[in-house]
Design a protein around this ligand. Structure first.
Ligand SMILES: [Zn+2]
Length: 233
């Protein structure tokens, strides 16, 4: 059971690749956002704390997120199958916590995979997003990669689509700047520990990006347990 961390800028397709990778490798896919929502709806003590914090407009602390991760990583499915972490760790301090959590469970990290992409591609992707204005639908489109059948209209519910202000080009650049500033120390953290594997996602089919990811892992000697069996090009 190998454990992986996936990192990468917004728009690089970390979510899609992460899902593909965990499904094919039989890993438990753990995203911090989903975990927070599950924890809140479970009504656990931790979940109630989080709910309380968010309702007061506060930020969920490192400590709470790490506690939640610790709880999740000690569950039988993760111990048996290994996992892929998406959205955690975000800082070097959290990376230390993750190390401790894995040690306590007699587990280790196989690799921290950075899914990177050309900056211009990211800006284009991030500003190409359109969202359905119907709150109950919430469908997401991309005018380049996943356009609606009729321009400006939701396929599912026929409501108008709009561009969220945080999806504009200027905002996209700002998000990338913030990402780089925050994530640089984390990338360095894993580089120093020889756990960092970098792959570049391109504007191609997900399958092609997946193949590149596997190749990068193989070259780094991090593709154990017969994962990423040579698939046809
Ligand atoms: Zn809709």
């Amino acid at each position: 059971m190998s454990n992986y961390v996936f990192l990468g800028p917004p728009g690089a397709g970390k979510g899609t690749l992460g899902e593909l990778f965990s499904r094919r490798m039989g890993l438990v896919h753990i995203s911090t956002g989903a975990l927070l929502r599950e924890e809140m709806s479970s009504g656990s003590e931790l979940g109630l704390q989080v709910k309380d914090l968010i309702s007061k407009g506060g930020l969920v602390s490192d400590q709470i997120v790490s506690a939640m991760i610790a709880k999740r990583l000690s569950q039988p499915d993760v111990l048996r199958q290994g996992c892929l972490l998406d959205g955690y760790p975000r800082t070097a301090a959290q990376a230390d916590s993750l190390q401790e959590i894995l040690n306590e469970n007699q587990r280790s990290l196989e690799a921290a995979v950075l899914i990177d992409a050309e900056r211009q591609l990211l800006v284009t992707r991030l500003s190409a997003r359109r969202v359905c204005s119907n709150k109950d639908c919430g469908a997401i489109y991309n005018v380049q990669t996943k356009p609606p059948l009729k321009e400006g209209v939701c396929d599912r519910c026929s409501s108008a689509l709009y561009q969220r202000s945080d999806d504009s080009e200027q905002t996209a650049r700002e998000r990338l700047r913030v990402y780089e500033e925050q994530t640089a120390p984390l990338i360095e953290y894993y580089r120093q520990r020889q756990l960092l594997v970098i792959t570049y996602s391109k504007d191609v089919e997900a399958e092609e990006n997946y193949r590149c990811l596997c190749e990068a892992l193989r070259q780094a000697g991090k593709a154990n347990r017969g994962c990423c069996a040579k698939n046809k090009v």
